[in-house]
Design a protein around this ligand. Structure first.
Ligand code: NAP
Length: 288
């Protein structure tokens, strides 16, 4: 039986540091503020945004939640995020994804000031993830790596099999894992024999979006498993991409819920604090 890689303690630590920094910013006259945009009535998007609003209140961060109908135009969304980008009182901008099919996510993301891009979706921050230059890095891939490190696991020289190459998790994580000096194999929907690649892995990261796509029989004893998937089952239970019975063979595995997602929310607010520092630094440089 392996060890569950629970994120609660690390997430609490991150939140405590964020709350302390928010208090310092307030004492110095900056009231940290995030603006979030939810389009349409997708229950998951509304739920995530409401959760972030509650966490923000506990951390001493203002949170403006704007809801727009599903038939809003792309131009209207671009106008909203452009206004927030110009507004000095807004320090972080969150765009709840996915957007409706008639809207180009990259067009809206491109209108966000990269220094306020706490989700790491702007072209500048996507490039920074690839090159390793300074920027705002998406929270979920960060969470996968931070969770491993919190339990003392290192990535250098390890064989990591990453399942999923999506824009939100898999693709940025691929670049980040390589920079941690891991040897990364990326699997996707056209990979004919997933089991073959899982059996060569020291660490498996699942970022697919299909419950149980990785069964326990596919995991070799001694493997470390990070499950970034989140799904709500018809009975309301939350589950990941990996069959939880894999804990019986794995050396360690992150639970769903209570793993990657738990830490992701905390890291989003850590990103917001970093965003404030980057904006203050840019302000000082502009004044010179
Ligand atoms: P995405 O864009 O939908 O990408 C899914 C990836 O999975 C694609 O690369 C797809 O392959 C691959 N895939 C689909 N079926 C597969 C199969 N049978 N075998 C192997 N690979 C398969 O997903 P995403 O937005 O990156 O998100 C991935 C997961 O992370 C979702 O479950 C989402 O809920 C979760 N998530 C979690 C958090 C968190 O905080 N924990 C935050 C955001 C998202 P192709 O490229 O070939 O289509």
């Amino acid at each position: 039986m392996g060890v569950w890689l629970k994120a609660k303690e690390t997430a609490e630590q991150v939140r405590a540091e964020v709350a302390a920094e928010a208090a310092r910013q307030r004492a110095n006259g900056t009231i940290p503020k995030i603006a979030a945009l939810v389009v349409g009535s997708d229950p998951a998007s509304v739920y995530y945004a409401e959760t972030k609003r509650k966490v923000a209140a506990k951390l001493g961060i203002e949170f403006e939640l704007m809801k727009q109908p599903g038939d809003v135009t792309q131009d209207q969304l671009i106008r909203i995020v452009s206004e927030w980008s110009r507004d000095a009182a807004v320090h972080g901008i969150m765009l709840e994804l996915p957007l409706p099919a008639h809207i180009s996510t990259s067009a809206v993301a491109a209108a966000i000031d990269p220094l306020k891009d706490v989700d790491g979706v702007t072209p500048a921050n996507r490039l920074a993830v690839m090159t390793g230059e300074s920027g705002l890095v998406p929270a979920t891939p960060q969470s996968c790596i931070r969770l491993l490190k919190a339990y003392g696991y290192t990535l250098e020289g390890k064989n990591v099999t990453l399942v999923g190459r999506g824009q939100t998790v898999g693709l940025p994580l691929f670049h980040m894992l390589q920079r941690e000096q891991a040897t990364v194999t990326v699997c996707h929907s056209r990979t004919p024999d997933l089991t073959f690649h899982l059996k060569h892995a020291d660490i498996v990261v699942a970022a697919v979006g299909k419950p149980g796509v990785i069964t326990w029989e596919m995991i070799l004893p001694g493997t470390i498993v990070i499950d970034a998937g989140i799904h709500e089952l018809p009975d309301g239970r939350i589950t990941g991409d990996v069959d939880p019975r894999a804990i019986e063979v794995a050396e360690a595995m992150s639970p769903v819920p209570g793993g990657v997602g738990t830490l992701t929310t905390a890291l989003l607010f850590e990103n917001a604090m970093r965003a404030i520092r980057l904006q203050q630094q840019a302000g000082r440089e502009a004044a010179r």
